[in-house]
Design a protein around this ligand. Structure first.
Ligand code: APR
Length: 243
């Protein structure tokens, strides 16, 4: 099927959809200038995300991990939502039932106006005390290294779900409910390599949803989707709403 007819089919499916779930990954923010994890520019001082975004890395060298987050905070602080984030925010108004599940921690979906969302990997502007577990917003750029809890003086860590950690129970439940009740699921800009999000397309499909992938390239999940559009999220996602 050619790209033109695939776009038409997806536009048609969206126009008649009542329950839509969107899953996003780093690719949607790539068009805002935020580097993806597994593409070029994803490395920092030759570390991969998997080397730094773990509880073990933080225990071993919290300063190094915070320096990496400061690099990412400085970068993200200068970025704005792009037309793909904006189109996803519009979908919230358009459909009877809508839920956005994002793996991104950059907060750009919120900046674009999305409110019906689960940030399943957390948010880079939130910190959590490793002692009393209190969660607060912290927008300091750069954040003081090493940051301490104003309540108990414990070491603060990013409020982010790291490799080897579980997603919050309520995020998992909300995501599962949305995926299982959707008649259309859009998967935008994720490599589909990191679980559990990598299984969300299959969950939606098994529950009867029409599953669409929008990505620059084919991904680990391309085999299970019903339709795929290759290209930049900022060019494609706004088109989907033009029925
Ligand atoms: N438009 C659409 N897709 C794009 C674009 C773009 N402009 N640029 C890149 N992509 C695609 C890439 O082809 C790739 O499939 O976005 C995907 C980005 O993949 P990853 O870097 O692996 O990001 P993501 O899937 O979000 O990673 C999942 O891994 O490191 C962890 O916790 C981190 O949430 C992250 C998780």
């Amino acid at each position: 099927m050619g790209t033109g007819s695939t776009l038409g089919l997806i536009q048609h499916k969206l126009a008649s959809a009542r329950s839509v779930t969107v899953l996003t990954g780093a690719g949607i923010s790539a068009d805002s200038g935020v580097p993806t994890f597994r593409g070029t520019g994803g490395l920092w001082r030759n570390f991969r995300a998997e080397d730094l975004a773990t509880p073990e890395a933080f225990t071993r060298d919290p300063r190094l991990v915070w320096e990496w987050y400061n690099w990412r905070r400085e970068l993200i602080a200068t970025k704005r939502p792009n037309p793909a984030h904006e189109a996803v925010a519009q979908m919230e108004q358009r459909f009877e039932r809508f839920w956005l599940i994002t793996q991104n921690v950059d907060g750009l979906h919120r900046d674009a106006g999305s409110r019906k969302l689960s940030e399943i990997h957390g948010n880079i502007w939130m910190v959590r005390c490793t002692q009393c577990r209190h969660v607060t917003e912290n927008r300091d750029v750069p954040i003081a290294i090493l940051p301490l809890c104003s309540g108990c003086n414990g070491l603060l860590r990013p409020h982010i779900v790291w490799f080897g950690e579980s997603l919050a129970e309520d995020d998992l439940e909300t995501s599962a409910t949305a995926l299982q009740s959707s008649d259309l699921c859009l998967i935008i800009g994720t490599s589909g390599l990191v679980y559990p999000a990598a299984s969300f397309g299959s969950i939606a499909k098994q529950a009867g949803a029409f599953v669409v992938e929008i990505n620059l390239d084919a991904t680990a999940q391309s085999g299970i989707v019903d339709a795929a559009l290759q290209g930049r999220a900022k060019d494609i996602v706004p088109l989907l709403l033009q029925a």
